[in-house]
Ligand binder design. Structure first.
Ligand code: PMP
Length: 412
């Protein structure tokens, strides 16, 4: 029996809610351990989006007709759902984007335009996904500013003492990931934010791998900006959230311009719409936003604490089983970790291993996980990554271990 059964975590019911989990791959029952790349969708999300297209679809905000009004209200209600989910103070601090990458680019352009100049510094960490490196690197090139990197130790934990030393009166922003997608480290983002704020420096947190694994409270974290993607939290693709504190959103210029985000337009001058519309140029992905709200409802109904306990059980179980496999080396031993295990098999290329594991109907990810600097730090070319979600089971971990055994037989 799963430890989490005691917490009334009904894994069979949960698995029943995700149709894709019941298909076969290569004539074997499908096992999905690539949840850090994207998660599957429960019926609640699929059906809510289906209903929009079947019953209510109309462009929002601008129509006086009935369905436009219905869809606008659903879209704005989705914004309120997101607000509650991350405990933002105001609805208008929630900006819908197409995902985490779009949110970070928004910040790099809008915040960067307003606040970053020559010789200024932006601080990121050694654990970042490329999405939280490249936009800042490009900003630094445009503005002749400097990118600085908080180093990490061999366990995959950031060096906070070094970080403290790094901040100075030229530091304009700290941009760090809440949870590292490559090796699962949970960063002490509240502490990181507190330290930055002692110097009056704002902080952007990349929450792409955090919001699906536990409760996030942006006011408690005192995050100035917080970004995440719908598709990694059981919601649809093409929708994400950029949260910004009201005072920052008021100060920074819009990133994209066009319809919806304007107030008055003449050929001489344009004035901008109020928040949040100032940052939502063009027709937004309203169906995606409504689907995202359904995913949030699903997460909240299931209980983020219960999900976290279940995933912790899976992580501990998998770590225990992996420790018994000769030649298997795990990267990332942070004290706080989510249910991601990145590993290599001695003398076997991760790609070869991934291909064989796939033949057993098991999806894992291989490569650098869009975090090349993390791989460089460990002196490796890539890993095999098993990332576990609320619907995975110990039996699936056992199947992965069996498949790893076969990989070793084949290449050993
Ligand atoms: N940051 C992190 C930590 C991620 O894991 C990812 C996705 N792997 C991203 C950013 C980018 O997210 P998206 O592709 O949804 O924009």
């Amino acid at each position: 029996m799963l430890k989490t059964d005691k917490l009334e975590y009904n894994i069979e019911k949960i698995r029943g809610d995700f149709p894709i989990l019941h298909r076969q791959v290569h004539n074997k029952p499908f096992v999905y351990f690539d949840n850090a790349a994207t998660t599957h969708k429960p019926l609640e999300v699929i059906e809510r989006m289906d209903r929009v297209y079947r019953e209510t679809n109309s462009n929002i905000h601008r129509g006086v007709h009935y369905l436009s009004d219905v869809t606008t209200r659903e879209f704005e209600s989705a914004r309120e759902t997101v607000r509650g989910f991350i405990n933002a103070r105001n609805d208008h601090e929630i900006i819908f984007t197409s995902g985490t990458t779009a949110g970070i680019n928004l910040a790099a352009f809008s915040f960067g335009e307003r606040y970053v100049g020559e010789n200024d510094e932006i601080v990121v960490s050694a654990l970042e996904h490329h999405a939280n490196i490249v936009p800042w690197q490009m900003l630094c090139e445009r503005k002749r500013a400097k990118l600085r990197v908080i180093p990490m130790d061999d366990h995959g934990e950031l060096d906070i003492e070094e970080y403290k030393e790094m901040l100075n009166d030229r530091t304009r922003l700290v941009a760090v990931t809440h949870v590292a997608n490559s090796i699962g480290t949970v960063n002490p983002v509240k502490k990181i934010t507190g330290i930055a704020h002692e110097h009056g420096i704002p902080v952007l947190i990349d929450g792409a791998q955090a919001v699906q694994h536990g409760s996030v409270d942006v006011q408690d974290l005192d995050a100035d900006m917080y970004v995440f993607s719908g598709h990694k939290m059981y919601g649809p693709t093409g929708i994400g959230v950029f949260y910004g504190k009201e005072n920052i959103l008021e100060e920074i210029p819009p990133y994209q311009t066009g319809g919806e985000m304007v107030d008055q337009v003449t050929f001489e001058k344009t004035t901008f719409n109020q928040l949040p519309l100032k940052f939502e140029a063009g027709t937004p992905n309203y169906t995606g936003a409504i689907g995202l709200a359904a995913a949030i409802d699903y997460l909240v109904e299931t209980g983020l604490d219960k999900i976290a306990a279940h995933e912790k059980d899976l992580l501990d179980y998998a770590a225990g089983r992996f420790a018994q496999i000769d030649g298997l080396k795990v990267f990332g031993a942070a004290r706080e970790k989510i249910s991601v295990i990145s590993f290599v098999l001695e003398d076997i290329h991760p790609y070869d291993a991934g291909m064989v594991i796939d033949k057993f109907g098991i999806a894992v990810r291989t490569g650098t996980h869009c975090a090349q600097p993390v791989m460089d730090r460990f002196g490796i070319r890539g890993t095999i990554r098993a990332s576990m979600a609320m619907y995975n089971t110990r039996e699936e971990v056992d199947r992965l271990c069996e498949a790893i055994g076969k990989v070793k037989e084949m290449f050993g």
